[in-house]
Design a protein around this ligand. Structure first.
Ligand SMILES: C[S@@+](CC[C@H](N)C(=O)[O-])C[C@H]1O[C@@H](n2cnc3c(N)ncnc32)[C@H](O)[C@@H]1O
Length: 278
């Protein structure tokens, strides 16, 4: 008779099997998935890569969950995570019910929310600050968080993004877990403008109709707040009003604008290039 999952030595580290939506573990997962809190105590991280990235960034895990089919495929999954973290195997049908019309995860963790970053903490970090003014597509925000982390930015400020918390499942996925390694603050436009004035941070708006070509950003020695606008309406009048510089990335005349995450990556890289001798 072939060995079942629960009989193999490695799979034995996987604890209770959750075969009913009424199981306390399933109920807790459902509660966490349903939460709309802006300051949740716990949150969900999908997929092995994102869980591993979160752990590397110091996030504490409450529990790890995987469907029967995921464990069957790889009983050793997340083998590097602290064995003291409880593991549960969830039946595939319970997992389907739990996630409903949200994206279903084969592997996920319930993690403890880290203390949120403040604007003042962002100011004390080196590097440019990326301000997303009305950027609403979570895929774009996640891609920018990943690029900001890769290019050594201080962090991101989200204005009118529609996200209540940086601990949003979709954002964690879109950033490949790098949202934990990149300070991200959700703020209002008023809070953001007051913060930039208080800290005397030079503000540079990225906008396709600016007169200054982006390469001239290399002459700005100090750190910048780089403001990028939303997918539909661009930068708001409130932020435009407090801008010190405006830069455009030159494009072919038949293109109206770049994707905001592409523009953010080019701008961050260009300003970083001021430190390059050639
Ligand atoms: C898709 S675009 C927004 C297009 C929008 N219709 C508008 O009126 O600006 C999103 C953001 O990407 C940045 N962006 C896109 N193309 C750019 C370019 N060629 N130069 C500088 N920034 C650009 C700007 O910050 C812009 O607000």
């Amino acid at each position: 008779m072939p060995a079942t999952i629960m009989e193999t030595p490695t799979a034995r580290t996987w604890g209770q099997s959750v075969d009913s939506a009424r199981h306390p573990v399933a109920r807790r997962t459902a509660d966490v998935l349903r939460s709309r809190s802006a300051t949740p105590n716990v949150f969900i991280i999908d997929d092995e890569e994102n869980i591993a990235q979160a752990v590397e960034s110091g996030i504490l895990l409450d529990s790890i969950h995987a469907t029967h089919s995921a464990v069957r495929r790889d009983p050793r999954l997340l083998g590097d995570v602290d064995p003291a973290v409880p593991r549960f195997v969830i039946s595939d049908s319970v997992a389907r019910d739990l996630f409903g019309d949200q994206k279903q995860a084969r592997v996920f963790a319930i993690a403890r929310a880290p203390r949120p970053w403040s604007l003042d903490e962002l100011a004390r970090r080196p590097g440019d600050i990326v301000i997303l003014d009305g950027v609403q597509l979570v895929g774009n925000i996640g891609a920018i968080a990943r690029t900001a982390c890769a290019l050594g930015a201080a962090g991101l400020i989200l204005l009118e993004s529609g996200l209540r918390t940086p601990l949003d499942r979709r954002l964690i996925r879109a950033s490949r877990g790098l949202v934990f390694a990149t300070p991200l603050v959700v703020a209002t436009r008023v809070q953001c403008a007051a913060f930039l004035a208080r800290e005397r941070i030079t503000i540079a708006a990225l906008t396709a109709d600016a007169a200054q070509p982006l390469h001239t950003i290399r002459t700005v020695e100090e750190r910048l707040a780089l403001v990028l606008g939303g997918e539909r309406h661009g930068i708001s009048a409130d932020l435009e009003a407090v801008t010190d510089h405006r830069y455009a990335i030159p494009m072919s005349s038949n293109v109206e604008s770049l994707n905001v995450s592409v523009a953010a990556g080019i701008a961050l890289y260009e300003h970083l290039s001021r430190h390059r001798t050639q």
